[in-house]
Ligand binder design. Structure first.
Ligand code: RB5
Length: 150
């Protein structure tokens, strides 16, 4: 799977660890930066990864900042994104099964590399269940288009 990955200065080390893990597990990571510990702004990388996923250039996305909060909020501002902030694999699985999340966000200051690896593995290997969840995802996307839902 082609996986877009991006982060701010807080996520450089975890990103590098996950790129290696993605390569070892047969995926093709595409690195959208940043690669320096110098302070930068997470919306830049959220936009790059989100646009690559929405355009279909990458199949899924991974975003990392200190907490995962700022970068997930930013990604969810891009039309077509369903970004789930996860700190354990159960939420990562359900974000795929129920929400058809296309990007996972994590906090490098809140979880360790082994947990991040487990989250990524589940996120990339779990399908959307559709069924009743399709109706709800359709409503998320209606909200995304500025429509009202009932
Ligand atoms: C950057 O210092 C920090 O605010 C950022 O990585 C993230 O935690 C924001 O949500």
């Amino acid at each position: 799977m082609k996986v877009a990955i991006g982060n701010d200065h807080g996520g450089v080390e975890l990103k590098q660890y996950l790129i290696k893990h993605l390569q070892e597990t047969g995926h093709e990571p595409v690195n959208f930066g940043c690669d320096s510990p110098e302070s930068t702004d997470y919306p830049i990388y959220a936009e790059r990864v989100a646009k690559a996923v929405v355009a279909g250039e990458c199949d899924r996305g991974i975003l990392i900042c200190g907490t995962g909060i700022g970068i997930s909020i930013s990604a969810n501002k891009i039309h077509g994104v369903r970004c789930a902030l996860c700190s354990e694999p159960v939420s990562a699985r359900l974000s795929r099964e129920h929400n058809d999340a296309n990007i996972v966000a994590m906090g490098a200051r809140t979880i360790g590399p082994v947990m991040a690896e487990a989250i990524v593995d589940v996120f990339l290997n779990t399908g959307f269940q559709a069924g009743r969840h399709q109706r709800r995802v359709d409503k998320i996307m209606a909200l995304d288009r500025g429509e009202s839902v009932q």
